[in-house]
Design a protein around this ligand. Sequence first.
Ligand code: FE2
Length: 379
Amino acid sequence: MNAPATASSSVSQAAATDFLPLEGTDYVEFYVGNAKQAAHYYMCAFGFQALAYAGPETGVKDRASYAVRQHKLTFVLTTALRPEHPIAEHVHLHGDGVKALSLRVQDATKAWQETTSRGAKSYLEPTRLSDEGGELVMSGIHTYGDTVHLFIERKNYTGVFMPGYRAWSNPDFAPTDCGLLYVDHCVGNVGWNQMNPWVKFYEEVMGFKNILTFDDEDISTEYSALMSKVMSSGNGFVKFPINEPAEGKRKSQVEEFLEFYKGEGCQHVALATNDIVKTVRALMSRGVTFLKVPTTYYDDLIDRVGAIDEDLAPLRELGILVDRDNEGYLLQLFSKPVEDRPTLFFEIIQRKGAKSFGKGNFKALFEAIEREQEARGNI
Ligand code: FE2
């Protein structure tokens, strides 16, 4: 689930005209080479708890899926059990990555009808699944690359996760959580000149609005250039920034992603916390590694962003970035890629009023990314 709703007339007006009212992110599903180990990684390193399992033992013969949860955040790690399976082909092509950005809806049949009638390519026709927990309806459409959006209707379902899954826990292994609360936004990397077609897709097919635009003037360092538009659902609960590469001196970070992911896909998932210092300290102690900006970033930070509630020392120590917009400020930090291919990474974000995405940090951040690219020989 995404950020809780704030009561306002603009939200209720938007809801009245929104043909695809989304209640937030239901779960993010990753196709991986070894779901058992990937689930263990997210539990150990990111503080998720075991929730549910599907596989041969639950009647699912071709795959194994592990659902893990932390507060309102649910990840599903799925792997194929045989090499000729489409999931195995997905992993062969892309490496481990995000397959499904699943969205919670009241009516998954209507969501599928509204989007496919507006031009979305169907991935899954409305499907009713039931077990002793009741009935869950899901449907799905394709988005950029091999990524899909699933619409999940669980208003008549009280089971642990979904039909086909059984409760999964290990009383001998229950790592403490890291304070990760919900999905703040998910960013897609698309190919050259493909940002605007995908912006149009989210506008026309899903009723999203373009709430922010960054061009190559905003996001350009010596080498890395990209353009980005942030798409938001009508009620603001779901945000999908879309990046495309821009001409720079040498290969940009988006191009590197496209090359190693073998196409368009989800670049990063931003996870919200209410205490970024505590969360990042916990993640680091569990082995999650983050991009580091030079310590000079902090020398004039307060001049740039004004007074903040946090002490500067732990921000400097952990490398946490700060940016301000008209409505407040935000603190953020970006992990290094969580696979050997330089593809998917995570952002940790704490919003203190700001609704933006840290534009003031782009330069320092992208220079840090370029140092990593250079170390990989990909620039
Ligand atoms: Fe982000």
